[in-house]
Design a protein around this ligand. Structure first.
Ligand code: ATR
Length: 286
């Protein structure tokens, strides 16, 4: 694909704010998407520390940025600096995508959970309605995923976390939307035969701790679909152990691609070129 694109005075600007942000694959993915769709836009990565977040958002507004993503550690705090937060993001309690309208009004959305679910369905073919889910972890990623699963009509979600109190408080919030219970990590042994889908939302197993697993592999059963949001490495030890037992497995790269695809669609109104975006990220991970 050759491109004669050049930045000019009509170029629309986007970017990601994070701390750290240097590892982010979003610029590669989004700029490739803009080029593939012939959109005159550019996407940068901005290292913004928490004490500068407010100024950064004011700056983007003043400069007429059309939208931006926020990542760790800004997903909660950014909400204080926006003009509006959509209902799903408010429920989740976190924003990862901001859209600016023609008047500079900034609205926050959350595309992490819906991105995860779109990837899970496309890559495994799973029908989520009526499924019983065990979710490991109760942090920001877990929140988005629990509420997105609820929207898909799963039968129940058990939230298991190292810190049991966080699992219980997330479950109490989600219980308005889906049958949900919080429990300690070691309760997995008691419920493993009653679940259909196991999802790791913690960073356990992420590079460089690639030999770590969030749950004892001997608990895995062939009937389970096993999903891990970690995507570096692509094939975590959890997924390898699960595949060895005969479980269908789902890795974390798709969640990243699709959270970006939804953001792209919110910003441009154009269907995201998902295959091209995936190819760009995969190439940069090799
Ligand atoms: P994120 O926004 O990526 O979800 P987070 O909000 O910091 O990140 O949440 C991290 C999650 O991974 C938490 O559920 C955390 O458990 P605690 O609530 O007990 O801290 C979990 N986690 C991180 N490291 C872990 C480990 N070594 N063992 C078990 N759980 C871990």
């Amino acid at each position: 694909m050759t491109s004669a694109w050049q930045m000019d005075s009509e170029t629309k600007f986007y970017g990601v704010l994070g701390d750290p942000v240097r590892h982010s694959k979003s610029p590669i993915m989004m700029n490739r998407a803009f080029r593939a769709c012939g959109i005159n836009a550019a996407y940068g990565a901005f290292h913004v520390t928490p004490e500068r977040l407010k100024d950064a958002v004011r700056g983007l507004r003043a400069l007429g940025f059309r939208g931006f993503n926020v990542t760790i550690p800004h997903k909660v705090d950014v909400m204080d600096h926006l003009d509006a937060v959509d209902e799903r993001a408010r429920r989740i309690g976190a924003v990862n995508t901001v859209v600016a309208d023609d008047n500079g009004v900034l609205t926050g959305y959350n595309t992490d959970g819906i991105g995860y679910v779109r990837s899970l369905k496309e890559e495994t073919g799973i029908a989520l309605e009526g499924k019983r889910v065990a979710l490991i972890g109760a942090g920001g990623a877990a929140r988005g995923i629990v509420f997105a699963l609820a929207e898909e009509g799963v039968a129940s979600v058990a939230v298991l976390n190292r810190t049991e109190s966080s699992a219980r408080s997330l479950a109490a919030e989600a219980a308005r939307f889906v049958s949900c219970e919080g429990m300690p990590l070691n309760a997995l042994a008691d419920i493993i035969d009653q679940i259909d889908l196991l999802i790791n939302t913690t960073s356990v197993g992420m590079h460089p701790n690639v030999d770590d697993v969030p749950v004892p592999p001997e608990l895995l059963r062939p009937h389970l679909v096993v999903s891990d949001i970690v995507y570096n490495p692509r094939n975590t030890r959890l997924l390898r152990e699960a595949a060895a037992k005969g479980c269908p497995v789902h890795g974390g790269l798709g969640m990243f691609i699709y959270q970006g695809a939804y953001a792209f669609e919110y910003w441009t109104g154009t269907a995201a070129p998902v295959a091209v975006m995936r190819e760009a990220v995969e190439a940069s991970l090799r």
